[in-house]
Ligand binder design. Structure first.
Ligand SMILES: O=C(O)CCC(=O)C(=O)O
Ligand SMILES: [Fe+2]
Length: 724
C-alpha cells in the first residue's frame, strides 16, 4: 500500500468489490486546530498565533482516535492504518485502512449517522483544541478499476426504470424478448415504511439486500422518497431470471446488525419481483467522471439526461456541420452587427464577451429588454426572417447552405427552433413559436457569463441556446429553498441545442465559468471560441409576448432597416456576383471580353469628350472599353471589385492583337497606354479617386449587379463625385 495507489469512490448502489483485500475510507474535514485568537483588552487588538500542529502531531492524534475502539463515544471500529494525505495545514484529507471492506463500511455508516465532527473525534482523546464543528465527509473507496460502462452510473444520475409490462399497442413477443434480455429487476414490498432514524443509510440497506440476493447486485433505492420498492441490477439476464424464480412470493424478514450489534429491520413481508428496463433517456448517459483518488469530484461530463433538472433538454446535432460553418461565417464575419461595447456594461464593468442582439436589445445594466425600438440604443437589427416561398423549410436551408447565404441560414435555423416540438417530462410536447429575440454571444477562450436567472419579467418560459464552434461546460446552481446550493454541470457540445424551461429556467441559475479549459470525461480540454445563439420570447410589461420584428433585408444592421447601410456588401452580391466573376474571369474574358461589341452610345459619348480627358471606368472588368477611350484621345483609370478580372486587363491576351477586329485594336500611337493601364481593385460604393479628379465617368453593365436601391444610388453618387 503506497500513497500513489489509485482509488475510486464506491457509490451507494454499487457492490463493494469482494476482491478488495482491505477496506478504504476517505475522510475530509479541517483536521487542524483553528488559529487561536485572543483579543487584547480595551483596544480589541487581535493577536494571532501560528498553528503549531505538524504532520507528526496530527498523525499521532488521528492514529489514537481511529486505531482504538472508543466504546464510550460509539466508534468501535479500529483502523489498521491512518494516512494523512496532505502535508501542509489545514490537513483536510485522510485515508483510513481497515482490515475488511465491511469494517470500513461500518465506520462510514457510524461517521455519517452520528454526524461526527472533528471536534467530536478529538474530544475522545481529551484534546482541548478549537476544532471544526462541521460534519466530517466520509466516502468508501476501492482500489478496483472502473466499473464496466454498463454499470458506471454517475452519482447524480442513477438510471430511471420502467416495468416491463404490456402497453396498449405493443407486441407481446417483443415484450417477452425484452424480459428475457434484461438484467434489471423491480422488487416491491421490500423496504420498511416505518423505519428508525438509523435505517436509511444507503450503503447499509444495500448491503442487507446484497446479502439476500447476490453480493454483486447493484441496488437502486430511492432514498429521498423512501418508497417501498427498489430496483436491482444483476450481472446478467440469467441471474435476474434466477432471482425472480427463487424469490417470488417469498416471505422474508431481513435484519441488519450494525457494528455496535444493534439490529435494524430492512424488510418484512412477501416479496414481489418483476422485470424492469432502463429508460431510453438513461441510456444516453455518459460514464462516470470520478477521477482516480479523488472521491466525489464533480466533473463536467454530464448530458442533461444525467443532471435531471426538470425542464432541461439537450438535443445534440441540432444544426448540421455544414449549417454550422455557414452560421459561423456570418455571425462572426465582417458584417456581423456587434453591439457597441458601451451597450454591454454590467455592475462590475463592461462585459468582456461580444454580443449581438436581434429583435430587441437586452440591456445588461437594467437586466431588462428595451421595448421601444425607437429609443436610441434600442434599434438593434430585426430578427432575420425566412422567405422560403413554396419550398419546405429544410429544402430552403439546404439550398442556402449550398449557396453560402448565411443570413438566410440564420433565419432558417430560428424558424426550425420555433417549429421544434420539444418533449418535456410530464407536459408532453411543447414548442416555442413566440420566439422574437436573439442574442448572439461570442466567448473567446477564458470568457464566460456570470451566474444568473434570465429576468422572468423580461423573457417568457423556454430559453434556448445553440452552441457553435467550441463546446463548453455550463453550470447550474439551484436557488430553490429545499435544494439550494445544489450544483450541476452540463457539457454543451458544438451544434447542440439546450432548452431551459420550467424548473430549469426559473429555479436554477446558469453560468459559464471564465476559464481556458473544461474537464470533459476526465480529460482537460482547451476551449476554443464559442458562438451561442440564445433565443427567447421577450415580454411586454403586461407579460404578453412582444411583437416579432423581423426583416428579409440582409445583412442585418443597427438603425432603421429601411436605411440599410449601402456600404455593407449583401451576401447575395458577394456570393452571386463577386464569387462568380472571380471564378469565371479568364473564360469570360476570352469568350466575350475584348472581342465583344461595345455599346454604341458609350463609344459615342467617349468620342465626344475633349482630347486629354481623364475617364473613370468604374466596374471596368477586363478593360473592354479602354481601347475606345485611348483612341478617343483620353486617359482611363479603371476600377473593379474583382482582382481576377482586372488581371485579365493586363494579361498577355489583352496585350496581343491576335483575333481582335481592326476597329478594336489600339493604334501604334496609343500602344504605350495599353501596356500599363491604370487600374485599381475597388468597391463601386467607395471609389478611391479624389472628388473632381476626373472629367468623365463610365459605369457599364454594373448597376444591375447592385441588389438594392440604396446601393445603386450610392454608386451613382460616387460616379458624380469623381467628376465634380
Ligand atoms: O451562451 C449561452 O449559451 C447562454 C447565454 C445566456 O445565458 C444569456 O445570454 O442569458
Ligand atoms: Fe441566460
Amino acid at each position: 500500500m503506497t500513497q500513489t495507489a489509485v482509488f475510486r469512490s464506491i457509490l451507494p448502489h454499487e457492490p463493494i468489490p469482494s476482491e478488495d483485500q482491505h477496506g478504504y475510507l476517505y475522510i475530509q474535514g479541517a483536521f487542524c486546530p483553528k488559529q487561536q485568537r485572543r483579543y487584547g483588552g480595551e483596544h480589541q487588538q487581535e493577536e494571532q498565533e501560528e498553528s503549531y500542529w505538524t504532520v507528526e502531531t496530527l498523525q499521532t492524534a488521528l492514529s489514537r482516535v481511529f486505531q482504538h475502539n472508543f466504546a464510550s463515544f460509539k466508534f468501535p471500529v479500529a483502523a489498521m492504518q491512518v494516512q494523512l494525505l496532505d502535508t501542509v495545514a489545514p490537513f483536510t484529507k485522510v485515508r483510513l485502512i481497515y482490515k475488511t471492506p465491511l469494517q470500513a463500511l461500518h465506520a462510514l455508516v457510524v461517521i455519517r449517522q452520528r454526524k461526527m465532527t472533528i471536534q467530536h473525534l478529538f474530544q475522545s482523546i481529551d484534546l482541548d483544541e478549537h476544532l471544526g464543528s462541521r460534519p466530517i465527509q466520509a466516502t468508501l473507496l476501492t482500489q478496483q478499476p472502473q466499473l464496466p460502462d454498463t454499470m458506471a452510473w454517475t452519482r447524480s444520475s442513477p438510471p430511471k426504470f420502467r416495468r416491463l409490462l404490456l402497453r396498449p399497442g405493443e407486441s407481446e413477443t417483443l415484450l417477452q424478448e425484452e424480459r428475457e434480455a434484461t438484467r434489471f429487476v423491480f422488487v416491491s414490498n421490500l423496504l420498511q415504511n416505518e423505519h428508525d432514524t438509523d435505517w436509511d443509510e444507503p450503503h447499509w440497506v444495500a448491503q442487507a439486500i446484497r446479502s439476500a440476493f447476490a453480493v454483486d447486485v447493484e441496488v437502486f433505492v430511492n432514498y429521498k422518497s423512501l418508497s417501498k420498492y427498489c430496483h436491482l441490477g444483476f450481472r446478467s439476464a440469467e441471474e435476474a431470471q434466477h432471482a425472480i424464480a427463487t424469490h417470488q412470493g417469498k416471505q422474508v424478514q431481513w435484519k441488519w446488525a450494525d457494528a455496535t450489534g444493534t439490529e435494524h429491520l430492512i424488510a418484512s413481508g412477501m416479496l414481489f419481483l418483476d422485470y424492469a428496463a432502463i429508460t431510453q433517456r438513461s441510456r444516453r448517459r455518459l460514464v462516470r467522471g470520478d477521477g482516480p483518488g479523488e472521491p466525489s469530484r464533480s466533473e463536467c461530463t454530464s448530458l442533461t439526461a444525467d443532471v435531471q433538472i426538470p425542464g432541461l433538454v439537450l438535443i445534440p446535432d441540432f444544426v448540421s456541420p455544414e449549417e454550422e460553418a455557414v452560421l459561423l461565417a456570418v455571425l462572426d464575419g465582417p458584417h456581423a452587427p456587434w453591439a457597441p461595447a458601451q451597450n454591454t456594461p454590467t455592475d462590475g464593468g463592461t462585459i468582456k464577451r461580444s454580443v449581438q442582439h436581434y429583435g430587441y436589445v437586452f440591456d445588461y445594466r437594467t437586466a431588462d429588454v428595451l421595448r421601444d425600438r425607437s429609443d436610441s440604443g434600442a434599434d438593434c437589427p430585426p430578427m432575420p426572417a425566412v422567405n422560403p416561398g413554396n419550398k419546405p423549410l429544410e429544402d430552403f436551408l439546404v439550398d442556402n447552405v449550398r449557396e453560402g447565404c448565411g443570413w438566410e441560414v440564420v433565419a432558417g435555423v430560428i424558424e426550425r427552433v420555433r417549429r421544434t416540438k420539444f418533449i418535456e417530462e410530464d407536459d408532453g410536447e411543447r414548442s416555442y413559436a413566440t420566439i422574437n429575440q436573439l442574442t448572439v454571444n461570442r466567448y473567446a477562450p477564458g470568457e464566460g457569463i456570470g451566474s444568473h436567472v434570465d429576468t422572468p419579467s423580461a423573457f417568457g418560459d423556454g430559453l434556448i441556446s445553440i452552441s457553435l464552434g467550441s463546446g463548453i461546460v455550463m453550470e447550474f446552481n439551484c436557488v430553490q429553498e429545499e435544494t439550494k446550493g445544489l450544483r450541476k454541470q452540463v457539457f454543451l457540445p458544438p451544434r447542440s441545442l439546450l432548452l431551459m424551461s420550467k424548473e430549469a429556467r426559473y429555479s436554477w441559475k446558469h453560468m459559464i465559468v471564465s476559464r481556458m479549459t473544461d474537464t470533459i470525461n476526465g480529460e482537460v480540454v482547451r476551449r476554443g471560441t464559442r458562438i451561442s445563439l440564445t433565443l427567447r420570447t421577450a415580454l411586454d410589461t403586461d407579460g404578453s409576448p412582444m411583437a416579432c420584428v423581423e426583416s428579409h433585408s440582409f445583412p442585418p444592421c443597427w438603425g432603421n432597416p429601411d436605411l440599410l447601410s449601402p456600404l455593407a456588401t449583401p451576401d447575395c452580391e458577394r456570393n452571386h456576383v463577386h464569387a462568380v466573376y472571380n471564378a469565371i474571369a479568364t473564360q469570360w474574358h476570352h469568350t466575350r471580353g475584348k472581342r465583344g461589341v461595345l455599346w454604341p452610345g458609350a463609344t459615342h459619348f467617349l468620342q465626344k469628350l475633349p482630347p486629354g480627358s481623364v475617364v473613370a471606368d468604374v466596374g471596368c472588368g477586363d478593360g473592354k472599353y479602354f481601347p475606345a477611350i485611348w483612341e478617343a484621345g483620353s486617359y482611363v483609370i479603371g476600377t473593379d471589385i474583382s482582382l481576377p478580372l482586372l488581371e485579365t486587363a493586363t494579361s498577355a491576351a489583352s496585350l496581343s492583337d491576335e483575333g481582335v477586329p481592326e476597329s478594336r485594336r489600339v493604334s501604334e500611337r496609343r500602344r504605350h497606354l495599353r501596356n500599363r493601364p491604370a487600374i485599381a481593385v475597388a468597391d463601386c460604393m467607395s471609389v478611391p479617386l479624389r472628388a473632381g479628379s476626373c472629367d468623365a465617368a463610365i459605369c457599364i453593365a454594373v448597376m444591375h449587379h447592385l441588389s438594392n436601391e440604396s446601393r445603386r444610388r450610392r454608386c451613382i453618387e460616387e460616379l458624380t463625385k469623381v467628376c465634380i
